[in-house]
Design a protein around this ligand. Structure first.
Ligand SMILES: Cc1cc2nc3c(=O)[nH]c(=O)nc-3n(C[C@H](O)[C@H](O)[C@H](O)COP(=O)(O)O)c2cc1C
Length: 209
């Protein structure tokens, strides 16, 4: 597989083929890739909500600046952050390390305390911003994985987060929506698929010292 060819192949898909669905296998790759995304400290304060239900998605279109990708794609991925980060999140993370790696408490405890302290010193808004930074890493990761897997996608910030939160009842799970990624297969007549990529020259964006 030619990595650069795949990155050239992908584009922010505006029109999806409404008849094509992702297979269970492809969906599973997306789920695993999301969960394998690196996060700061490894705390994973982000979640992925996968919306397949078309009736539900139709109600989201007006809250997405009428961008139809939200409805027409095979699935709509909603990347969410936790509304807050609690001590239990930090404690559960270190319990998980202990279980998986069998690391003694004597080694983990200073790191656990340090992270608890770091989170304690942030406001709720700062914690949300910190989690949002992680959400963007997940978005980039998923976009690349989709490109490699020949899955079309469209990264989206253009939606009303508060409306999504209430329609998808995200608050019930302590979550807030921050980014969208409709995924599926491009429509044959999506003219955007034929457009040349617009990028600065490598000389302008890369500095080698
Ligand atoms: C964080 C982010 C948010 C974006 N939001 C939208 C959006 O709401 N709607 C849309 O059609 N495209 C959106 N885009 C797509 C960009 O316009 C597109 O990726 C960029 O122009 C580069 O084109 P390409 O992805 O086709 O190579 C977004 C891209 C990113 C990375």
């Amino acid at each position: 597989m030619d990595t650069i060819k795949q990155l050239q192949w992908r584009y922010a898909t505006k029109k999806f083929d409404t008849n094509k669905k992702l297979s269970k296998e492809k969906l599973n790759i997306i789920k695993q890739a999301f969960n394998l995304t690196a996060t700061s400290f490894g705390l994973q304060t982000i979640s992925l909500v996968i919306v397949e239900n078309k009736d539900l998605r139709a109600t989201l279109v007006p809250h997405s600046y009428n961008q139809k990708q939200v409805l027409d794609a095979s699935h709509l991925l909603v990347i969410c952050i936790q509304g807050n980060i609690e001590n239990t999140d930090v404690n559960n993370y270190y319990k998980n390390i202990k279980t998986i790696r069998n690391t003694p408490d004597s080694i983990l405890e200073p790191y656990r305390k340090d992270l608890e302290h770091k989170m304690h010193n942030m406001s709720i808004k700062q914690r949300q911003q910190w989690s949002t930074n992680q959400a963007y890493i997940a978005l980039g990761n998923l976009m690349t994985i989709c490109a490699i897997e020949n899955i079309d996608s469209c990264p989206m910030e253009g939606f009303v987060s508060k409306k999504y939160d209430s329609i998808l009842k995200l608050k019930d799970n302590g979550l807030k929506s921050v980014l969208l990624l409709p995924v599926g297969y491009r429509a044959k007549d999506d003219m955007f698929s034929t457009f040349k990529k617009v990028r600065k020259s490598i000389k302008e964006t890369i500095i080698e010292i």
